[in-house]
Design a protein around this ligand. Structure first.
Ligand code: ZN
Length: 132
């Protein structure tokens, strides 16, 4: 996708994102559990990166995890990248957008079948695009 996206400065991102989107996507923040309207989103569609519009997850991979964050058992192919996060005295796997590298959330290995993975996402880092 657009190579320009990854070279934006904090100032540019600040202009384009809401304060909460900026805090999560660019500063590795975490939204308060249960606050995202995407928790209850059950329609068919795609969840896209709020920073760059890249498609991240399909609605058929979403499940109710009970955590208060939108959760998925599988990302779209090539949509995300992961890295090791050693903050908060634990080792977690951080999930970020494969295009703009915006922070999305973490992935855990206690998800449902078939993958056994739980992609625990910040709803504010994503937008929902309803299937036409
Ligand atoms: Zn992105």
């Amino acid at each position: 996708m657009d190579a320009e996206v990854t070279t934006k400065t904090d100032e540019q991102w600040k202009r384009e994102l809401s304060p909460e989107q900026f805090r999560v996507l660019r500063k590795h923040g975490t939204e308060r559990a249960g606050t995202s309207p995407l928790n209850g989103e059950k329609r068919d569609g795609k969840y896209v990166c709020a920073g760059c519009g890249q498609e991240l997850f399909a609605s058929d991979a979403k499940f109710e995890s009970g955590t208060g964050w939108p959760s998925f058992w599988e990302p779209l192919p090539g949509a995300i990248e992961t890295s090791t996060d050693r903050s908060f005295f634990s080792v977690r796997t951080e999930v970020h957008c494969g295009n703009c590298h915006g922070h999305l959330g973490h992935v855990f290995d206690d998800g449902p079948r078939p993958t056994g993975l739980r992609y625990c996402m910040n709803g504010v880092a994503m937008l929902f695009a309803r299937e036409a």
